[in-house]
Design a binder for this molecule. Structure first.
Ligand code: DP6
Length: 332
């Protein structure tokens, strides 16, 4: 790795799936059982700096100012993929920071592994195309494959055993259809059952799993068409449908996976009431208790105010749609 930059920093934005990914067709390469379609968020992101160094005996990983053995192992295994491509044994110093709570259903693994893929390959002098970066990021976390791109992004399930067709690609840029997301945070503790574990359990024990997988191509096709037509009502209805279908699958696992708390349920009802009151707003929920409300920019303030008043809501954030992952200046 001589004459390589050795150090690089990248920012990747979090994304929220409108058509959900839940389930894997292969574990080792982290190949999804279903495709998915997401939007990137401008205001929620991870900044990651990677520096390869001869003076390190092992990877030195600090996330949000803390060491964490489980996350460090996962990150080291991921950097092994980059080391293999760069043909180096050098260990890396990794400093990563989210500007939002980690591990609580706000897709920190998505922005985290996308930023890491970009920063680590750049630091190692490995030159990958956005598609290759997406394939690499997928091996860290399935949703991370989508965080390489901005705006509306589709992740392909792929069919091949080597995963070369399981990548994300942009569908529509953020500025081609400005939409807003309001995020109601109801808990900031990391979730009890992580996505990887929850997916395995759903696949192994739910009677609904096969129907979930089989019905996914139709949901994706309908969502693609709704986006192409800029049909907000259709996008919103499909978003709620995919979310509730995924949570129905989770609930039907043994033991049932219930990621919601009372505030999550109250928010679902509130979003539906707001629609009756004339606002264009639809909810989605991931593997956590937060509720993300997709709305038109002109309704963002009214939606934020209304959701902030729901009992159990700790805070509300909002975001416009965001850009692709990109390199940023190094801290030091
Ligand atoms: C509910 O990408 O976190 O947010 O591939 O096992 O790391 P792994 O899973 P992850 O799962 C995301 C699941 C979801 C839905 C989605 O983002 O599509």
């Amino acid at each position: 790795m001589t004459q390589k930059p050795l150090k690089a920093s990248a920012r990747a934005h979090s994304n929220i799936a409108l058509i959900k990914y839940w389930g894997k067709r292969e574990i080792a390469l982290n190949l999804p059982a279903v495709g998915s379609l997401s939007v990137a968020l401008a205001d929620l992101y991870t900044d990651t700096q990677v520096e390869f160094s001869e003076s390190l005996d092992e990877d030195d990983v600090i996330l949000d100012g803390h060491e964490n053995a489980k996350s460090s192992r996962r990150i080291s295994q991921f950097i092994d993929l980059v080391r293999a491509q760069a043909r180096t044994d050098l260990r890396a110093k990794v400093r990563s920071r989210n500007n939002f709570p980690t591990g609580a259903g706000l897709a920190s693994s998505a922005s985290g592994f996308a930023a890491l893929a970009l920063a680590a390959t750049k630091a190692a002098g490995v030159d990958l195309s956005p598609r290759e970066l997406s394939i690499l990021a997928r091996q860290g976390s399935g949703s991370a494959a989508r965080s390489l791109f901005g705006g509306f992004v589709e992740m392909h399930r792929g069919e091949k055993a080597d995963g070369s067709d399981a990548y994300a690609e942009p569908v529509l840029d953020a500025d081609e259809w400005p939409l807003s997301l309001v995020i109601a945070i109801t808990e900031t503790e990391p979730k009890k059952v992580d996505s990887t574990e929850g997916m395995q359990s759903s696949a192994a024990s739910s009677a609904f799993y096969q129907s979930w997988v089989d019905s996914s191509p139709d949901d994706l096709a309908a969502m693609r068409a709704a986006i192409a037509q800029r049909d907000f009502q259709a996008v919103g209805e499909l978003t709620e449908y995919s979310c509730l279908k995924m949570h129905g699958l989770m609930l039907s696992a043994k033991p049932g996976l219930l990621y919601w708390n009372p505030a999550t349920v109250a928010l679902i009802h509130r979003v539906r009431e707001l629609r009756k009151e004339g606002l264009s707003v639809y909810f989605t929920i991931d593997a956590g208790p937060q509720v993300k409300a997709l709305c038109l920019p002109q309704d963002k303030q009214a939606v934020s105010n209304a959701l902030a008043e729901v009992t159990g809501v700790q805070s509300v954030r909002s975001s416009e749609l965001g850009p692709a992952a990109h390199l940023i200046a190094d801290d030091e």
